[in-house]
Write a protein that binds this ligand. Structure first.
Ligand code: UDP
Ligand code: MG
Length: 325
């Protein structure tokens, strides 16, 4: 890193407030385990004040009653409960809107993100970095296909977007207040937060960690939701697919024109009777396919415009309990 960073200035005697954002969807089994680890951490790191904000993303199990109980017992905890399941991306925005810390750490409830890395993140934050993100060195138990697809996807995204979306970097990161405020300005309803971290800029620092397996429960992502997120990533950060269909259209037209000249010359000069039913069929089908694909691509963007122009709130809060920090 060549960029110069200045150590963060913290007024004498003032302990910075660190917020921890935990999006939870059906995490009743993981919560006690996570709380145990976080409490240990908060008790050890006394030079900071702490606040943990759980975002209950419309869980269907006992997550909410459990959060109520936990928050009543430990005043450093608070929660925001959303009126239904809005998805992790939106739950995180709810977190950004409700935390009060000088910096915030986003962490999964399922303990795939080790809390013991937080002190290291805080150290780099003190050094002056604004966004300390954790990169996975292993992805835990994941199928070979999912791993390959993910790799392919990031390559594609990297090539087509002007901003750099980092591979194997998830939402486990520490953000300075400046970053949180910047992210709160990005209020699109179809969100791809991973790209937003890159889009907002600021000084970044990378640390590495081994991602373990879920402590309990199952991942709420399936193939289709991941595919949806992948398309989201592309359509929200680049218009390259549109350009690609323009380019393809132009190339096909030029090729068709040249072919027409060729056929014309051949017929006029050599008197060749026009044949070639299969060629015709192939061409028509091929072009039909390309046209439908292009319409689909335009549709993806149009759909996004449709959702964004409604200007609906990104999430709706059902219940809120603030921590005492
Ligand atoms: N999550 C959420 N809303 C959802 C899905 C997931 O808040 O609709 C939370 C979930 O409780 C967990 C985190 O997002 O804390 C990551 O989810 P998960 O472990 O299912 O994803 P994976 O680790 O497989 O990427
Ligand atoms: Mg997980």
């Amino acid at each position: 890193m060549t960029e110069e960073v200045q150590p963060r200035h913290i007024a004498d005697g003032k302990r910075p407030l660190v917020s921890v954002i935990v999006p939870c969807y059906n995490e009743e089994e993981s919560l006690p385990l996570l709380y145990e680890k976080l409490a240990e951490l908060m008790d050890a790191e006394r030079e900071y004040r702490w606040e943990v904000l759980f975002i209950d993303d419309g869980s269907r199990d006992a997550t909410l009653p459990q959060l109520r109980k936990m928050c009543a017992e430990d005043r450093r905890l608070g929660f925001v409960s959303l009126s239904r399941n809005f998805g992790k991306e939106r739950a995180m925005l709810a977190g950004f809107d409700h935390v009060r810390g000088d910096c915030a750490v986003i962490i999964d409830a399922d303990l795939q993100h080790p809390p013991h890395l937080i002190p290291e993140m805080l150290r780099h934050w003190q050094e002056g970095y604004d966004d300390v993100y954790a990169r996975r060195t292993s992805r835990g138990k994941e199928s070979w296909l999912r791993r390959r697809l993910s790799l392919l996807y990031y390559r594609l995204l990297q090539r087509t977007t002007r901003i750099e979306v980092l591979q194997n970097v998830g939402d486990f990161r520490l953000l300075d207040r400046k970053c949180i405020d910047a992210l709160r300005e990005l209020r699109e309803t179809e969100r791809y937060t991973k790209g937003m971290y890159c889009w907002i800029g600021f000084r970044k620092y990378e640390i590495r960690f081994e991602q373990g397996d879920r402590a309990a429960g199952t991942s709420s992502w399936n193939f289709w939701s991941l595919l949806g997120l992948a398309i989201e990533g592309i359509t929200s950060f680049t218009t390259a697919p549109l350009r690609l269909s323009t380019l393809f259209g132009a190339c096909t037209s030029v090729a068709a024109f040249l072919y027409m000249c060729y056929v014309l010359v051949k017929t006029l000069i050599m008197g060749d009777p026009v044949r070639g039913f299969p060629t015709l069929l192939i061409t028509v089908l091929f072009l039909g396919g390309i046209q439908l694909l292009s319409i689909g691509i335009i549709g993806e963007y149009l759909g996004r415009i449709f959702y964004e122009t409604k200007k609906r709130p990104v999430y709706v809060v059902k219940e809120h309990a603030q921590s005492e920090a």
